[in-house]
Ligand binder design. Structure first.
Ligand SMILES: NC(=O)c1ccc[n+]([C@@H]2O[C@H](COP(=O)([O-])OP(=O)(O)OC[C@H]3O[C@@H](n4cnc5c(N)ncnc54)[C@H](OP(=O)(O)O)[C@@H]3O)[C@@H](O)[C@H]2O)c1
Length: 266
C-alpha cells in the first residue's frame, strides 16, 4: 500500500486528511508534519494519524507527498525535503502561485510533480480541483493522485499553462458567485421581503437551479429560455442586466483575477 504524507495540516491539509479517512484510506497509510505544536497535537488526537517530527522523515516514509503549507513557506520546506526525494516519489503541491519549475529549481533534481488547485468547497467534499503534472509522472500515478482528491470534489485535469485561469474561475469563483447571491438578497429586501426570508428564497433559487441543471442535463441557456416568456417579468429583468453588460463584467472580473494569479506566481 502506497503511503501518503501531508506537510502542513492547516485549513486545506485538514480537509484532505478528513477526505482520505472518509474514503477508507487506512490511518496507518497517512503521515503528517506540522510546525505548530498545538495543531499537531490536535491532528494526532482527532484523526489518530502518525506524525513525522521533520518533513524529511515524512518524505523518507511516504510515496505521495502533499505540500499544503503557505506559498511563502515553500522554499523552506522544499529545501528541507530535497535530499530525501527520489525518482519513486511524487510531490503534490496545492500551494497557489508555485509552479512546477519553481519547485524543480529549488529541489535541484528531476522529480515528479503534480500541481493541484482546489477551491474552498473541498471542505464540504464538493469542491473543484484542477490538476496538472510534469512529463515524468506516469499515467497510473496521475490516476492515484486523482483518487486522492476525488472525495474532495470534481477533479479536472488541466494543463499547467491554464492554472492561473483555474485559480480565477475555480478558486476565486465562489467569491464572485457569493457577491451575486448577496445582491439578490439585498434586492429582495429592497422590494419589501424581510432579510431572512430573502436569504432563504435566494439560496433556494440557486440550489434548485443547480439541481435542475444537473438532473435534466440541461444547458443554462435552455433552462433560462424556459422561464423567460414573451413580455414577461423575467425578460424585463434580463433586459436591465444586458443593458448594464452583466456578462461582460463577469468575464472581465475573471480575466482580471487570472492576470493577477499570473502576476503573483512570477
Ligand atoms: N484556503 C484555500 O481556499 C486555498 C485554495 C487553493 C489553494 N490553497 C493553498 O493551500 C495551501 C494551504 O492553505 P491553508 O489555507 O490550509 O493554510 P494554513 O491554514 O496556513 O495551513 C498551513 C499550515 O502549515 C504549517 N506549516 C508552515 N510551515 C511548515 C513546515 N515547514 N512544516 C510543516 N508545517 C508547516 C502552518 O503553520 P504556520 O501557520 O505556523 O506557518 C499551517 O499550520 C496554501 O499554499 C494555499 O495557497 C488554499
Amino acid at each position: 500500500m502506497k503511503k501518503i504524507g501531508i506537510i502542513g495540516v492547516g485549513n486545506m491539509g485538514e480537509s484532505i486528511v478528513k477526505a482520505l479517512l472518509k474514503k477508507g484510506v487506512k490511518k496507518e497509510s497517512i503521515i503528517f508534519s506540522e510546525v505548530k505544536k498545538e495543531r499537531a497535537r490536535a491532528v494526532r488526537k482527532i484523526f489518530g494519524i502518525k506524525e513525522a517530527k521533520k518533513p524529511g522523515e515524512l518524505v523518507s516514509n511516504t510515496d505521495y507527498i502533499i505540500l499544503s503549507v503557505k506559498p511563502q513557506d515553500s522554499k523552506t520546506v522544499l529545501t528541507e525535503i530535497a535530499p530525501f526525494l527520489d525518482a519513486g516519489k511524487i510531490i503534490i503541491t496545492i500551494m497557489a502561485g508555485i509552479t512546477t519549475s519553481n519547485i524543480l529549481s529549488i529541489v535541484g533534481k528531476p522529480v515528479k510533480i503534480v500541481k493541484a488547485m482546489p477551491n474552498i468547497c473541498v471542505k464540504v467534499g464538493d469542491g473543484v480541483i484542477g490538476i496538472a503534472h510534469n512529463k515524468i509522472v506516469k499515467k497510473e500515478e496521475v490516476k492515484k493522485v486523482k483518487d486522492i482528491f476525488e472525495p474532495l470534489g470534481q477533479v479536472i485535469e488541466i494543463g499547467e499553462e491554464l492554472m492561473d485561469a483555474m485559480t480565477a474561475l475555480g478558486a476565486s469563483g465562489p467569491a464572485f458567485f457569493l457577491l451575486f447571491l448577496e445582491a439578490m438578497i439585498d434586492a429582495g429586501l429592497k422590494i419589501g421581503i424581510p432579510r431572512e426570508k430573502a436569504r432563504v428564497i435566494s439560496t433556494q433559487v440557486v440550489k434548485g437551479t443547480l439541481k435542475m441543471l444537473a438532473e435534466e442535463g440541461m444547458h443554462p441557456t435552455v433552462m433560462r429560455d424556459m422561464i423567460t416568456s414573451p413580455g414577461g417579468t423575467t425578460i424585463s429583468g434580463i433586459a436591465v442586466l444586458e443593458e448594464k453588460a452583466f456578462k461582460g463584467i463577469i468575464i472581465e472580473a475573471i480575466e482580471r483575477a487570472s492576470r493577477r494569479a499570473k502576476e503573483l506566481s512570477l
